[in-house]
Ligand binder design. Structure first.
Ligand SMILES: Cc1cc2nc3c(=O)[nH]c(=O)nc-3n(C[C@H](O)[C@H](O)[C@H](O)COP(=O)(O)OP(=O)(O)OC[C@H]3O[C@@H](n4cnc5c(N)ncnc54)[C@H](O)[C@@H]3O)c2cc1C
Length: 220
């Protein structure tokens, strides 16, 4: 990656190029239950900004205990009647976000709990929750779960070649330039706060135009 030209190896070919734009995105960690596939999009969701509006006056559970989960839960309280925060251990989110959530009367926080099974005909209707302290399992009615148990940026390939943040995303500014000359990062793979289709598309435009400029300079 740091060489000139850069060598990009795919399953079929090896390319020599002067510029590389990395746009490999990220994967969200899925709810680790066999029924996940049955209810994906039918009660099991991964993006509160994208799907939260479907749960006006409904009952929601948010799974996770980090900042992303607690911020998602705070956001979703504007739609929901009742929100359960389900997390298998203790909170890792910052104090401010935790306080906001704890003070909201719509919210019930269930730490040391795990979702064990999903139920529903056609779409999600209820879940079984294990209380790890008592060993008891109970069933609660739920219209939707928002799973927020982490993401995996598709960057393993670039480890050691390019600067990355602690979360494994590529460090690049709004100009999408990385620490390596001629290498740009665009979309969810880049370390930034908002990850949406529009921000990914905007990054793509920026990276492409600045890549063109970089090439023109190389050839001058
Ligand atoms: C369930 C869900 C719902 C969403 N709904 C919305 C919504 O309603 N509105 C909204 O604005 N945003 C939504 N988002 C977020 C949005 O999808 C992302 O922000 C956006 O797709 C990011 O674009 P991207 O190009 O950076 O990455 P991606 O869209 O993830 O594309 C990355 C591509 O790179 C490929 N790739 C990975 N590794 C390699 C490799 N080594 N070599 C070659 N190719 C590779 C992947 O297969 C993939 O095709 C949603 C996300 C999820 C998960």
């Amino acid at each position: 990656m740091t060489s000139t030209p850069k060598i990009v190896e795919t399953e079929e070919n090896i390319y020599e190029c002067d510029v590389v734009i990395i746009a490999s995105g990220m994967n969200r960690r899925k709810l680790p239950l066999p029924e996940e596939k049955t209810f994906a999009g039918l009660g099991v969701h991964y993006c509160e900004l994208c799907d939260g509006h479907m749960y006006q006056d409904k009952i929601i559970a948010v799974m996770g205990g980090g900042n992303a989960a607690v911020d998602a839960a705070n956001f979703l309280t504007k739609y929901t009647n009742k929100l359960y925060l389900i997390h298998r251990s203790e909170f890792r989110a910052d104090e401010f976000s935790q306080k906001r959530l704890k003070e909201n009367p719509k919210v019930e926080i269930m730490l040391q709990t795990e979702i064990k099974k999903l139920h529903g005909k056609g779409r999600l209707e209820s879940i079984d929750i294990l209380d790890k302290k008592t060993g008891e399992t109970k069933n609660i009615a739920i219209d939707g779960i928002f799973v927020n148990i982490g993401v995996e940026p598709n960057t393993k390939l670039f480890a050691g070649q390019i600067d990355m943040s602690e979360s494994g995303r590529i460090i690049a500014g709004e100009d999408c330039r990385t620490n390596v000359d001629g290498v740009f990062a665009a979309g969810d793979v880049r370390e930034k706060e908002i990850r949406q289709l529009t921000t990914a598309a905007a990054d793509g435009t920026t990276a492409a135009l600045l890549a063109e400029k970089y090439l023109a300079k190389l050839k001058a």
